[in-house]
Design a protein around this ligand. Sequence first.
Ligand SMILES: [Zn+2]
Length: 212
Amino acid sequence: MRQRGFLSFITLVILALLLQACGRGFEAQEACNFLLNNNSQRVSWKARLPVRLHIHQSVPTQYYRPIELAVEHWNQSHPEQKLFEIVGYGTTGSSRPTRDGHNVIYWLTTWDQPHSREQGRTTLHWAGSQILEADIAINAEPGRHSFYAGDEEYLMGPHQVDFKSLMIHELGHALGMAHMQSPGSVMSPYLASGVSRRELGEADVHSLLCEY
Ligand SMILES: [Zn+2]
């Protein structure tokens, strides 16, 4: 009798351990507003930080500063990790986003028609749940968007798109973050003209620290 009691205790312990293991497995699949792969795992850079960024030669030099400021803002939003580092200015090579092992910011004067209203687009390449490359393209089709490159928000025209805000959004995608409807999030899908959205919201920071 005593032995049987002991056995059932062992069974309970094993069950409890199994349940815990299941619990942990489920937690690991929490989206935290990140892209998920087919196995419902978050797609990210893991420990391969900082993301090394190149600015393509197509990007006009007046936009270097807002890119730098957007990078700085992300870096300051994490207490320990440096998230991004700009390693190249005026980089040559392919003039459009292409899978070449480099993370490049492009300035495109032609854009695919069904999406011509897009302000920018980030393309990720990953294997398993590890991001290997992120390319950011800005829609600079003539007559489409007028970008504001300055730092003083009050000088932005009502029909201009704040470039720093746009870069902060696309850099979020480059980290693996998805769109978020939460008010105040820099990952909201739409950025209206004449509006700046330069500060990470609470939900963005929560999402960032959930994965990194
Ligand atoms: Zn987006």
